[in-house]
Write a protein that binds this ligand. Structure first.
Ligand code: NZQ
Ligand code: ZN
Length: 388
């Protein structure tokens, strides 16, 4: 049964080649001190910085730059950003980058005026925000996380060997997001395909759970089919605008809370992937790809009907004369071929994980309920071993 819920998503989207035209009217709504957050310099190389600065200047903004947000942003960087935001009396945070930059901006927005250690409050104790929130807007340059239209903010604490996401409420969602598919053309292919798999996995994390006759599952199947189709075109020709724009739009809808309605989810591939990243600092989408097949093959018997549906509706497996198990397995085999076709990393060893790390990675994996089976630590270890 779909159950009861309240649905709202406050992020205004500007999509397409002219999307940046929406920035000026959005910025006009906020005060003059803007924290401009970006990563390691890609926006300076590809010209996006040169396009954003004049808009800020024309709007009369006082720009405080916070550069160098690393992939998998760290808690130390977060503390530094909070000081910048507070000292600069920042009225608005503009994130120009990928999920890391956007997540970091949201983390600063709820942490700058937090009276305790934000890592302890939001990431260890998982508490709600109880302080002033600085509004955030986003110009997206890397596709996959959905951070542009959700409340997620993932932070890594290397000292504690933990990578944790807090999903904040819609008062923390970006106020707007500028989505120009052309801004993603300069992404290295490795990042493009990592983002494609991140998107795909966001959908499967929500799809493989709570099997009522839920509209979310039909939407999820459509999103997966579109993504598989467009990813094959983009892999061959990364500058195909139509494919890249479909991928961008799919990524946003994969994780903007829509297809989560009425679903119970455990996000276990992400829990495993984040633990791998806490030890290796590897690219997010690749950590998911590397653990996915051992995980899905492990839980398949517990959700066999849905894995059969996945095989038939997403991968067009012909069910005639076959058992559920054969059909479901064929679906995962097709998914594996597609992953290899894209060039995804298929094992955690290639991402820097070693046998000696596996116990620690298992300890860093949060065990969640809501999927087909609550895993035990031994099962986590088996999945990690199979992912080597
Ligand atoms: O730092 P720069 O120089 O900008 O380079 C980045 C970075 O090296 C580069 N890049 C981005 N746009 C580019 C570009 N290079 C050339 N041209 C462009 N247009 O790409 C690299 C990766 O960027 P990053 O932002 O780290 O990637 P992604 O968007 O995958 O974000 C990953 C982070 O988001 C978190 C992940 O855990 C990870 O920390 N996630 C956030 C979620 C959320 N908010 O809901 C959910 C996801 O599951 C995920 O956990
Ligand atoms: Zn993800």
């Amino acid at each position: 049964m779909l159950g009861n819920f309240t649905y709202s998503n406050p992020t205004r989207l500007y999509f397409g080649k002219e999307a940046l035209n929406g920035l000026r009217s959005e910025l006009a709504k906020y005060g003059e001190n803007v924290l401009l957050v970006y990563g390691g310099g890609s926006i300076k190389k590809n010209g996006i910085y040169e396009q954003v600065i004049p808009v800020l200047t024309k709007c009369g903004k006082n720009i405080i730059e916070d550069a160098g947000v690393m992939p998998n942003p760290t808690v130390e960087k977060l503390y530094g950003g909070c000081n910048l935001a507070k000292d600069g009396k920042v009225d608005f945070i503009l994130a120009v980058g990928g999920g890391s930059v956007c997540d970091y901006a949201k983390a600063v927005s709820v942490s700058a005026y937090c009276e305790e250690d934000p890592w302890e409050k939001y990431y260890i104790r998982m508490e709600d925000v109880s302080c002033k929130i600085i509004p955030v807007g986003c110009v997206l340059t890397m596709v996959g996380t959905g951070s542009e239209m959700n409340g997620g903010a993932v932070i890594t604490n290397h000292g504690q060997k933990l990578k944790i996401g807090h999903v904040f409420g819609d008062n923390v969602f970006p106020k707007f997001a500028i989505l120009n598919p052309e801004y993603t053309f300069t992404l290295p292919k490795y990042q493009m395909i990592a983002g494609i798999y991140d998107t795909f996995n966001h959908i499967t994390e929500q799809y493989f759970s709570g099997d009522d006759d839920n509209t979310s599952d039909y939407i999820a199947e459509g999103l997966m089919r579109s993504l598989i189709h467009s990813s094959r075109i983009a892999e061959q020709n990364p500058s195909d605008y139509e494919a890249r724009s479909n991928i961008m739009w799919t990524a946003t809808w994969a994780l903007n809370t829509l297809i989560a309605q009425g679903k119970s989810t455990d996000w276990m591939v992400h829990m495993l992937g984040q633990a791998v990243a806490a030890y290796t600092d590897a690219t997010h989408g690749m950590t998911l790809a590397a653990v996915s097949l051992p995980y899905y093959r492990h839980i398949m018997p517990h959700g066999i009907g849905k894995f059969r549906r996945f095989a038939e509706n997403v991968w067009d497996v012909d069910a005639d004369g076959k058992s559920d198990l054969q059909i479901a397995s064929e679906g995962l085999a097709r998914m594996e071929s597609w992953m290899k076709e894209l060039g995804l990393v298929m094992n955690i060893g290639e991402l820097g994980a070693t046998e000696e790390m596996l116990d620690g990675i298992a300890d860093a994996t949060f065990i969640m309920k809501g999927g087909y089976k609550a895993l035990t630590r031994d099962e986590i270890l088996d999945i990690l071993k199979a992912s080597m």
